[in-house]
Design a binder for this molecule. Sequence first.
Ligand SMILES: [Zn+2]
Length: 331
Amino acid sequence: VAQTSNGTAVLFPSGATAGVSVLLAHRPVRGPEGEALTALVVRETPFHPVDHRWPDQPGDTGTATLGGLSLPIADCVIGMRRAGSEEISLAGEIVVRRDEPGWDGLVAHLVAGDVDRILEAHLGAPVRLRVDAERRRRLSAAHTVCHLSGLALDRALTGLWRKDVPVNVLGDRAFEDLALESSAVGIAGFRDEYRIGTSLRRKGFAAAALRERATGLSLLVTAQVRAWLGTRAAVRLEADGPLLTDRRTWVCALPEGEARVPCGGTHPRSLAEIEYARVDLRLSEDGTRLTAVGVVRPAPPGPCPLPHARTEDPDHDAEHAEHADTSAVPY
Ligand SMILES: [Zn+2]
């Protein structure tokens, strides 16, 4: 706890979408099509970066304002920097683990164009950060339903195991842990790909029985997810610390028990913030791939509890962020 780190502190686990920080570093970057971008690093940020090694939730978009300049943030990625060094590796360039001792984990905000020279004059200056809150709200809702869908699928398939395999936190055999190959969260839902290969069969999964039950699976999983949404259970992110690289866990107080899933993404504070969810499960012709496609819609945003709330007030978001219940993340 007493260890000093120059890694980025993250505010997104508390649900914050705005904040004020200080510009610490910047560097030019090439985008996927070779276009010029500039990466900004600040002391603490509400922006959620995509994790290039498990890119389930995309990076936040929004704006950074400093010295009268308003810079659109087009994407957000992870950076790593050896302590004491100024050289920052970004996303795919990173060769160390995220928790590598002696390295700082950074949130790199990507701005279109080469503004590296311009930023040089603003090092140490205050930066106002604002995430596209509506996009974040949709991603958060989809991500929480993605977790619920995995738990509901474990439950629906728990009788299809012929051998003992580890169970999930709700006591169902952990199909998701053993079979999930990729997960993608978007503003309208999610897509999870499961592989039903030889190793899963060898562990005792009755793949042939899945074929017989595949037609009813969507209804079963959707019904379970909707039943859980109906409980309006509280959702929180537990964090080992304030830094990007600290471990975080999604915790949802379901009637069956407290569901816990390790997670680097963002989430609503309650299942009541999700208005609609449907999960379609499709088994491939050859029976080796199961795809879960979720359609998710968040509930309309509730009225702001702050007395000064006025949507046209440009400082509202930032003040809201300051009022955000950061105590919800116990360090
Ligand atoms: Zn997650």
